[in-house]
Design a protein around this ligand. Structure first.
Ligand code: NAD
Length: 692
C-alpha cells in the first residue's frame, strides 16, 4: 500500500499491518494507507474479515505531532474512521502498547476490539486544548458508558486495557504478538466467537444530570479552559442522531483547534521537548549510581526524596544528629505522602527507605557519583562546603549546588576541579515540582551538563539549560516582575485586587497570597541582605518591611497580607493600614487600577526581563524561558509561557506599553534592544525559536 501500511490476504482474512515507528503516529501516509486498505479489502469478495494491527512497540499512539499547526492533508482522521465503520466486511482492531487519541478513535470505529495484556488506552487530547474530534465523543459513550467516557475525555489520563474491557471499550483480551493475535481474532470473527457490530448502531441513554454535574465541575475547577466545556457539549450529542452528533463534534473541535488556548498548550507541549536540544547533547553522561545531598532542610529533604523515588541510593549529610533526625522524618513523611497519593506501595516505601543513609560525617560522601549541596544560601557557607568536599569526593564525582541566586563560577573556584561543578536548581517541593534548571558554569565539562539532563530524565523532571547570572532564568525574571506588584500596591491597588486580577488571568494563586504562604520573612531577609548593593535609582517600597517588623510573616503567623483565622483567608486590615501609611510617607498620590492594567503591567515586566534573559544568552532560546515559567513558577499553561504570550501581543505593543510606563519610572521599565528590534522588524520570539 505504502511504506507504513502493508495489506496482505490469508484466505478469507485481510490483514492491515501498520508500521510507522517509533509510535505508529497517525500521519498522512498512515491515514491514506489505512483508508485504501480497508476499501480494497472490503471490495474483495474473498475476504470475510479485516484485522488491523501494528508492528513495532505500539498501536497508533496519536496524531503525528510534526503535522501540528500545518494545513490539514487528506484523508482526515474522521474520514478514515467513518470508512472503517462503514465497511460491510467486519473489521477487528488489535491494540497493544499505548493506544491513544486518534489511535483509540480508529479502534472505536472498528466492529470489535481485542487488546494484548499491558495495553493502555486513552484520549489525551484535552491536554492540548482540544478533544477527540474523529468521532471519539460519539463512540466512547456508546461503547464505554458515560462515566468512563467522561473520565477519559476530561482527564486525558489513560486506563489499562483490562479496565477498558470492564467498561466495554475492549471486547476481549488476547495474548501473543500483535500479528498472531490479529489472525486469531479474525478467525474468531469468522467462527462467530467474537461478535461484531457498528458502534454507531448502539444507543446511549441521555444523562443530562450527569453531564450538568461534570460541566459544573470543570467550570469551577478550570474556569479558564474552553476545551473541557466544548467536549461535554459534543458528548451530549451522543444520545441523538449519529451523523448530526459527528457534525456537531467537528464544529466544536474546530473551534477549540483554532483557539489561542490550544496553540498555547501545543507550544507548552513542544517546549518540554525543545529544551532537550542543548550544545552538550552528544556528550556521554557519567554514570550515577549513588547520590549524596548536603543539607536536609526544605530543599535537601525534597531533593533526597526525588532521588530515592527514582530508585537511586542516597547519603544525606547534616550538621547535627538533631537536624539529621528531622531530615529523616521529612523524607519519610514525603514518601508516606506518595503512598497516600497512590504513587507508591507501602512495601516500595520501605524498600526505598532502606536505600537512605543519613550521616553527620562528610567523609561518608566519598563514594558518591554526584553530590548536591543544599545548605543555607550564603556564599561563605557554600565556599567552605565546596572547599572541604573537594578534598573528599572521589575523582570524577559531580559537585552540584542547588543555590537559588549565587555565582556557580565562584563556588567552582573553591575546588581543584571546576569542570565537575554545576548548578542543579530544584524547585520546592523538590519531589513534586517538574522543573530542574541546569546551570552551566564557565568551565563546566560538557559531559557534566549531559549528566544533569540524564538525571532529570530519571527523576521525571524537565531540565532547562541556563548560564550563570544572579537567579539564572527563573528567579532572575521573578525578582524583576515581583517588584511590579509592590509598585502597583504602593500606587493604589490593594493586594487583594492584584491577586484577584492575576488569578482571573490564570495564575493558580496571586503573588501576595503566595508570599504569605512562603513566609514574608524570607523576602525580608533577602532585602536586608541585598540592601547595600541595591542600585540608587531603584524604587523601593517599604510596606513589606513594616509588615514583617510587626511579626506578621504570613500564613505561619496567621497574619500577613491576609488573615488566616477562618476557612477562607480575608484581607488583613492591619496590612491595609500599613500600606496606606507608607504610601503617604512616600508622598504617593493614590490612583485606581483596572484589573486589565494590573495584568498588563505584571506581564510587561515579566516579558521585559525574559527578553533580557534571551538577549544575553542566559537562556538558549525563548522557548526555554517559557518552559521554566510553566514548570517552576505556576505560569498558566493555557497561555503558553511569557514569551509565547508576548508573541500574541506583538513586540510593538509591549514596547509601547513599556515606553508609557517608563515615563513614571524609567529605571524599572527599561526596554531591551532585542524587543525594540523585534518591534521595528515585525519579528517574533517564535522566529528566534525556529533559528534554534
Ligand atoms: P534550609 O534552611 O531549609 O536548609 C538548609 C539545611 O542545611 C539546614 O537543615 C542546615 O542544617 C543544613 N546545613 C547548613 N550548613 C551545613 C553544612 N555545612 N553541612 C551540612 N548541612 C548543613 O534551606 P533550604 O530552603 O532548603 O535552601 C537550601 C538551598 O536551596 C539554598 O541555597 C536555597 O537558596 C536553595 N533553594 C531554596 C528553595 C526554596 O524554595 N526553599 C528553592 C530552590 C533553591
Amino acid at each position: 500500500m505504502n511504506d507504513v501500511v502493508r495489506v496482505t490476504r490469508e484466505g478469507p482474512i485481510g490483514l492491515i499491518a501498520l508500521n510507522n515507528p517509533p509510535v505508529t503516529a497517525a500521519s498522512q501516509a498512515l491515514r491514506a494507507g489505512l483508508l485504501e486498505g480497508v476499501r480494497d479489502l472490503d471490495a474483495d469478495p474473498a475476504i470475510q474479515v479485516i484485522a488491523i494491527y501494528a508492528e513495532g512497540r505500539t498501536f497508533i499512539a496519536g496524531a503525528d505531532i510534526t503535522e501540528f499547526g500545518k494545513p490539514p492533508r487528506d484523508p482526515s482522521l474522521p474520514d478514515v474512521c467513518n470508512a472503517i465503520e462503514a465497511s460491510a466486511t467486519p473489521v477487528v482492531a488489535v491494540l497493544h502498547g499505548t493506544t491513544l487519541g486518534g489511535g483509540l478513535e480508529v479502534a472505536m470505529s472498528a466492529h470489535a476490539r481485542v487488546a494484548l495484556p499491558g495495553t493502555r488506552v486513552g484520549l489525551p487530547e484535552i491536554n492540548l486544548g482540544i478533544f477527540p474530534g474523529a468521532g471519539g465523543t460519539q463512540r466512547a459513550p456508546r461503547l464505554a458508558g458515560w462515566e468512563t467516557a467522561l473520565d477519559m475525555i476530561l482527564s486525558g489520563n489513560p486506563i489499562s486495557a483490562e479496565r477498558a474491557a470492564d467498561a466495554g471499550l475492549v471486547d476481549r483480551m488476547m495474548e501473543g504478538d500483535p500479528g498472531a493475535v490479529a489472525r486469531a481474532a479474525a478467525q474468531s470473527v469468522i467462527d462467530g466467537d467474537l461478535p461484531t457490530r457498528r458502534t454507531r448502531d448502539i444507543t446511549v441513554d441521555p444523562a443530562p444530570e450527569l453531564l450538568q454535574a461534570r460541566l459544573d465541575k470543570v467550570r469551577s475547577k478550570s474556569p479558564h479552559l474552553i476545551a473541557p466545556q466544548k467536549a461535554i457539549e459534543a458528548l451530549a450529542g451522543a444520545t441523538g442522531d449519529f451523523d448530526e452528533g459527528l457534525r456537531r463534534e467537528r464544529a466544536l473541535f474546530q473551534e477549540c483547534l483554532q483557539s489561542d488556548q490550544s496553540r498555547a498548550l501545543i507550544h507548552a507541549f513542544f517546549a518540554e521537548r525543545a529544551v532537550q536540544k542543548i550544545p552538550e547533547a552528544d556528550a556521554t553522561p557519567r554514570p550515577i549510581e549513588h547520590v549524596a545531598v548536603i543539607g536536609g532542610g526544605t530543599m535537601g529533604s525534597g531533593i533526597g526524596t526525588a532521588i530515592l523515588m527514582a530508585g537511586i541510593p542516597l547519603t544525606l549529610l547534616e550538621m547535627t544528629d538533631e537536624a539529621a533526625g528531622r531530615a529523616r522524618r521529612t523524607i519519610t513523611g514525603n514518601l508516606d505522602g506518595a503512598v497516600k497519593r497512590g504513587k507508591m506501595t507501602a512495601d516500595k516505601r520501605d524498600a526505598t527507605l532502606d536505600r537512605l543513609t543519613i550521616t553527620t560525617e562528610m567523609q561518608d560522601l566519598a563514594q558518591a557519583d554526584l553530590v548536591i549541596e543544599a545548605v543555607f544560601e550564603d556564599m561563605d557557607v557554600k565556599r567552605q562546603v565546596f572547599g572541604k568536599l573537594d578534598g573528599i569526593a572521589k575523582p570524577g564525582a559531580i559537585l552540584a549546588s542547588n543555590t537559588s541566586y549565587l555565582d556557580i563560577d565562584q563556588i567552582a573556584a573553591m575546588t581543584s576541579r571546576p569542570q565537575d561543578v554545576i548548578g542543579l536548581h530544584f524547585f520546592s517541593p523538590a519531589h513534586i515540582m517538574k522543573l530542574l534548571e541546569v546551570v552551566v558554569g564557565e568551565r563546566t565539562a560538557p559531559e557534566v551538563v549531559a549528566t544533569g539532563f540524564a538525571l532529570a530524565r530519571r527523576l521525571k523532571k524537565i531540565a532547562v539549560r541556563a548560564n550563570v547570572c544572579p537567579g539564572f532564568i527563573g528567579n532572575r525574571i521573578l525578582s524583576h516582575y515581583a517588584k511590579s506588584v509592590n509598585y502597583m500596591v504602593e500606587d493604589g491597588a490593594s493586594p487583594q485586587q492584584v491577586d484577584d486580577a492575576l488569578t482571573k488571568f490564570g495564575l493558580a494563586m496571586g503573588p501576595f497570597m503566595v508570599s504569605d504562604l512562603a513566609g514574608l520573612d524570607i523576602g525580608w531577609a533577602n532585602r536586608k541582605a541585598n540592601a547595600a548593593t541595591r542600585p540608587a535609582e531603584e524604587r523601593y517600597t517599604t510596606f513589606a518591611d513594616r509588615i514583617c517588623e510587626r511579626g506578621m510573616f504570613g500564613r505561619k503567623t496567621g497574619k500577613g497580607y491576609y488573615l488566616y483565622d477562618g476557612d477562607t483567608p480575608r484581607p488583613n486590615p492591619e496590612a491595609t493600614e500599613i500600606i496606606e501609611a507608607e504610601r503617604q510617607a512616600a508622598g504617593v498620590t493614590r490612583r485606581e487600577y483596572t484589573d486589565d492594567e494590573i495584568v498588563d503591567r505584571y506581564m510587561t515586566a515579566m516579558i521585559l526581563e525574559a527578553a533580557r534573559v534571551v538577549e544575553d544568552g542566559t537562556a538558549l532560546r525563548p522557548i526555554d524561558v517559557d518552559a521554566v515559567l510553566l514548570n517552576g513558577y505556576g505560569f498558566p499553561r493555557f497561555r503558553g509561557g511569557p514569551l509565547h504570550y508576548a508573541d500574541q501581543l506583538g513586540a510593538a505593543e509591549i514596547v509601547s506599553r513599556a515606553d508609557r510606563y517608563a515615563q513614571e519610572d524609567p529605571y524599572y521599565w527599561q526596554i531591551p534592544q532585542i524587543l525594540r528590534d523585534m518591534a521595528a522588524n515585525g519579528t517574533t520570539f517564535a522566529d528566534l525559536n525556529r533559528k534554534g
